[in-house]
Each structure stands twice: as C-alpha cells, then as structure tokens.
Design a protein around this ligand. Structure first.
Ligand code: RP5
Length: 165
C-alpha cells in the first residue's frame, strides 16, 4: 500500500495532528510524520514533496497555521493529492487566516482543504483516496462508518430515555 505523509509546520501543531496520526494507525495505513516549514525549512519541505511519489507516498497531509503556506508549497512540487489542514494556532480570527491561506489556491495547484483543526477528516480523506484501489481499506472505512452510526444511535437512545416523557 502507498504511504500517507503527515507534514506539519511546527511542533506546536502536534497536539491536534496526533489525532490524524492515531486515525491512520486505527485504519492500519502506513504513514510517516515530519515537521517541515514552508518558511523556516523551505529546502527540506521542497525536497520531501519533490521526491514523495518515488518514495512510495500516495497522499500528503499538510498542517499549518497563521500564514499557512505549507500545503500549497508542497502541492507546487508534486502531483500527488495534498490535503491541507488549516491550524487554529493562535487566537487571531479562530484560524480563519490559516483557512483562507490554505484553501485559496491558484488554478492548477489544488489543495483539498478540510476544516480548521480537521485532523481526523484529513486522515480519513487520505484513506478514502487510497481506498479507491484498495478494497480491504474500503471495507475498514465502511466498518468505521457503521461504528460511528451505532454510537450516535446509542447516544440518541440515552437522550430520549433521559429527556422525553
Ligand atoms: C505555522 O505557524 C505552524 O504550522 C504553526 O501552526 C504556526 C505557529 O508556529 P510556532 O510559532 O508555534 O512554531 O507555521
């Protein structure tokens, strides 16, 4: 199976990005995690994305906050799908700065952007991309969906028991 790369701009992103890493582990998808910054380590970020396809990756997840150029700059150097996670790394604008920096890509260089701090969905979207050609992974995704459905049904049953006359 192709690997998923999880790249974040700073170690300060880790508390949120650990949710993506855990999701990839739960889905039994091979992955690598790196801290590369579009601004502080641009050469390392460039080298990683330029060689990602030949190094066995199928999808890149890129998380950054503030002036969040990481996902776009990685996407500029690869034709692998890049999923951007805008990080709410400061109180300013609740992450809207990072959301707009990540999602507003020029035509020709796409970044599939999830919600602010949307680490779990980024990992699941990466799995869904790999599952297009992997039936076993598609089955694991379907099982996770069913488990999530059961959790909501159980919560609804509790809620109805407690609050409805
Ligand atoms: C971004 O700036 C990082 O991805 C992080 O979300 C934000 C703040 O980084 P630190 O100043 O905490 O290293 O590049």
């Amino acid at each position: 199976m192709k690997k998923v790369a999880v790249i974040m701009g700073s170690a300060s992103d880790l508390p949120v990005i650990e949710k993506a890493i855990r999701t990839l582990k739960d889905m039994d998808v091979p992955h690598e995690v790196h801290i590369y910054s579009a601004h502080r380590t641009p050469e390392e970020a460039h080298a990683f994305s330029a060689s990602a396809r030949e190094n066995g990756f199928g999808v890149i997840i890129a998380a950054a906050g503030m002036a969040a150029h990481l996902a776009g700059s990685l996407a500029a150097n690869t034709t692998l799908p890049v999923i951007g996670i805008p990080m709410k790394s400061t109180a300013f604008a609740n992450g809207m700065d990072a959301l707009l920096s990540t999602v507003q890509m020029p035509s020709g260089i796409p970044v599939a952007t999830v919600a602010v701090d949307g680490a779990v969905n980024a990992a699941l979207l990466a799995c869904e991309i790999l599952a297009v050609t992997d039936d076993a992974l598609a089955a694991r995704l379907a099982a996770r969906r069913s488990a999530d459905t059961q959790k909501v049904l159980a919560a609804n049953a509790d809620c109805e028991r407690q609050y409805n006359g």
